[in-house]
Design a protein around this ligand. Structure first.
Ligand SMILES: [Zn+2]
Ligand SMILES: [Zn+2]
Length: 236
């Protein structure tokens, strides 16, 4: 699998930046994980809209889904429908995704298992003000996981077990206790406890450079630490 970062901040972008969005590829399959503001423009530097296999959204906060509302025009103009997987809550936000049936919409549950392009996807609900699912992908060799937005919780610890590469919310540079996001310290602790091989920090504050997170976090993680810079790619 190959991961490319399309956006890396929340809950709003820095100058010239983009909020959460990642492209996960396996062979010709292209699965987009979250589609925050600015990510569609970055995705289009890599592939055509016709090449998108599916979109999976961790949760329905605007910094993770806002470009879906412009992608739908591009799909409508091409007469295309693509699969979209997202939590069904809040109702009003979920209903907004059913515009002209350009998305073949499936609610995410913990029971959902998807086979897309040689990857098996599974899901577990995390801890966030909106219903948020961590997304796991296994290609028969390696396991990748993206947390979406989450605070520290038992479900996160459970789901991280056996993960090779973890793309993880680390919104707070300082080790604050939060019911919304992880601090970098908690992201590193959780990854260390699970024996993760590579930790990719993301969901940075738009007011702090990713390099600052990396400098402070490096040396505390037992595996290889990376930062999700826009357009960086990682082999998984
Ligand atoms: Zn967010
Ligand atoms: Zn959120």
């Amino acid at each position: 699998m190959k991961l490319t970062v399309l956006g890396n901040t929340g809950p709003y972008p820095k100058a010239g930046g983009a909020c959460s969005g990642y492209l996960l590829e396996n062979g010709d399959s292209k699965v987009v994980l979250d589609m925050g503001n600015g990510t569609l423009a970055n995705l289009r530097t890599i592939c055509d809209i016709e090449d998108i296999t599916a979109v999976i959204c961790s949760h329905l906060h605007p910094d993770h889904i806002s470009d879906l509302f412009v992608l739908r025009y591009a799909l409508e103009m091409r007469g295309m429908t693509i699969p979209l997987y997202a939590p069904d809550s809040p109702d009003k936000e979920f209903d907004r995704l059913s515009y002209k049936n350009v998305f073949d919409l499936t609610p995410i549950t913990e029971d959902l298992k998807l086979e897309i392009g040689g990857m098996t996807f599974s899901f577990m609900e995390m801890r966030h003000p909106l219903k948020d699912f961590a997304i796991k992908a296994y290609d028969g060799k390696s396991t990748f996981m993206y947390t979406g937005d989450t605070a520290m919780c038992q479900a996160l610890e459970e789901f991280t077990k056996g993960v090779d590469v973890l793309l993880c919310d680390s919104a707070f540079l300082d080790d604050v206790d939060s019911a919304i996001h992880l601090s970098m310290e908690k992201a590193i602790q959780n990854a260390n406890n699970a024996g993760v091989r590579r930790l990719i920090l993301t969901h940075f504050s738009p007011e702090i450079s990713p390099q600052r997170y990396y400098e402070i976090g490096n040396g505390r993680f037992n595996g290889r630490l990376s930062k999700a810079e826009i357009m960086a790619n990682f082999t998984i």
